[in-house]
Ligand binder design. Structure first.
Ligand code: OOG
Ligand code: NI
Length: 467
């Protein structure tokens, strides 16, 4: 009998192979993995099971996100099919075209497992960006026409890969020898190509945006970075810097502080230039180098509610304003003070103000005789139930823009007032003929399901949320 490789096994296999490929292509990534592993082991030793409050050590050790950039809706739809074969669905919509510190001519989504059990098996996620040649703030009509022509004529994925992807999605996995072939082709599609790069074309696009050149200047795509998860990102930053890797700027996102970690904190470093061959206008080929890929690492916290997310954005703006008054000051220090002043420093505080998502379950040592209250806080404070944070599984537009910007060569150029070509989640759903889920709705559904179980176990009608 033929054995079937299930969807989640395909996903885990893909993530593992892509990681091997990237480590072979970008040696600094291999260093990053080694240091991340050491930091995680140290945190686990120091804090024991507390260190696993936001994910088991086996999940965190295997956890990666990647980034891939494509040029057309057709390419994005093909990627969506490959990721569907791996049990990864599009979640969230990000428009980076008016992002600070530098606008990027892309709109993005993230492909990831959406189910808690699937996330626990393997949480691999990929941030995928789609170029917007129709945006006149970046591309003139003439350049856009040539760019679209170039993109329409290339084929990023071989037909065999796309057929296997369709089958894997339909059947929830693949027979083992097909699985092997599928993974081989899928990983190869994201390797850095040895094809010569047309220098004049690449340079013309680079003058507009180096992301545009990275996407539309070549006939292939590639994995742009792969990011491990670490339990203490400040310690990782210190060790990488001490090891002679030049880390960029600082850690993006929330500060380190005494309260619960929310959202995600990320930092990155520029990878070395990689050898590439260039095609000159006279038809000759020469050896050169391109610096398009980088290393990144992240620490994840609890998922915010919509109220928590707008609170986060407000606090960042507040910190920006304070930093503007005292330029040259310590940003982390400023953030820490803002956090202390405005955010509750306990999980209970986050629950009370409905700023973050948790799941709840009835505690083993709950009171036996009394009648349970109906409110969430009453149940929590009375020892009836316990709360567990839901990990943030998504991305942050502002950090993403910062990551893009800090790793780009030139600043590029934009024409203010040009037609921006409206793009939103509905547009992207149509472009790929698949629904794109809302991150907050996924977290809210997880919380709601846990409360239904609590209500059933305690024989309550319904549990009342705060607020
Ligand atoms: C994606 C940048 C976004 C993150 O971690 O926020 C990202 C890219 O460089 O293509 O990966
Ligand atoms: Ni990233």
């Amino acid at each position: 009998m033929m054995t079937t490789v299930d969807t989640w096994q395909l996903r885990a296999g893909f993530a593992r192979r892509l990681s091997h490929l990237y480590a072979a292509e970008v040696p600094a990534y291999a260093t990053l993995l080694k240091v991340s592993g050491e930091v995680n082991a140290d945190v686990l030793r120091r804090h024991g099971s507390d260190a696993e409050r936001l994910g088991s050590i086996s999940r965190v050790t295997a956890e990666r996100h990647g980034a891939i950039r494509v040029g057309t809706p057709r390419e994005l739809a093909q990627l969506a099919s490959i990721f569907a074969a791996l049990g990864m669905r599009p979640v969230g919509f990000y428009d980076l075209r008016d992002a600070a510190p530098a606008p990027i001519p892309v709109v993005s989504t993230a492909f990831r497992p959406t189910d808690a059990a699937e996330l626990a098996r393997n949480p691999f996620r990929v941030f995928v960006s789609l170029l917007v040649p129709e945006d006149r703030r970046f591309f003139s009509e003439d350049l856009a026409a040539r760019l679209t022509g170039f993109l329409d004529s290339r084929h990023l994925f071989p037909p065999e890969l796309l057929l296997l992807a369709e089958r894997a999605e339909r059947e929830g996995g693949l027979p083992s020898e097909h699985a092997e072939r599928f993974l081989e082709l899928a990983v190869a599609a994201f390797a850095l190509s040895r094809e010569p790069v047309d220098l004049a074309w690449y340079t013309e696009l680079e003058e507009v945006s180096s992301v545009a050149a990275d996407i539309g200047g070549v006939t292939t795509t590639h994995i742009n970075h792969l990011t491990p998860r670490v339990l203490d990102i400040d310690e990782l930053y210190r060790r990488m810097a001490a090891g002679g890797i030049e880390m960029i700027g600082s850690i993006q996102g929330p500060p380190r502080w005494d309260g619960p970690d929310i959202l995600l904190r990320q930092t990155s470093f520029r990878a070395l230039a990689e050898p590439r061959r260039f095609l000159n206008a006279d038809g000759t080929v020469r050896e050169g180098a391109l610096r398009v890929r980088f290393g990144e690492v992240e620490a994840r916290g609890v998922a915010p509610t919509p109220a928590g997310l707008s609170c986060y954005n407000r606090l960042l703006a507040l910190a920006d304003a304070e930093s503007a008054h005292a330029p040259g000051g310590n940003r982390q220090q400023v953030l820490r003070e803002v956090w202390r002043e405005h955010l509750p420093d306990t999980e209970r505080g986050l629950i009370e103000r409905d700023l973050a998502y948790f799941t709840f379950r009835v505690s083993a040592d709950r009171p036996r005789r009394a009648k349970p209250p109906r409110t969430l806080l009453g149940l929590l404070d009375g020892g009836w139930i316990t709360a567990e944070p839901i990990v943030y599984e998504d991305f942050l537009p502002r950090s993403a823009a910062g990551i893009f910007a800090s790793n780009l060569g030139g600043r590029g150029s934009t024409v203010p007032g040009g037609d921006s070509a409206p793009r939103d989640r509905a547009w992207m759903e149509q472009a790929i003929s698949r629904p794109i889920q809302d991150p907050a709705a996924l977290y809210a559904a997880q919380r709601a399901a846990s409360l239904v179980r609590v209500a059933r176990d305690l024989d309550l009608g319904e549990v009342e949320l705060p607020g």
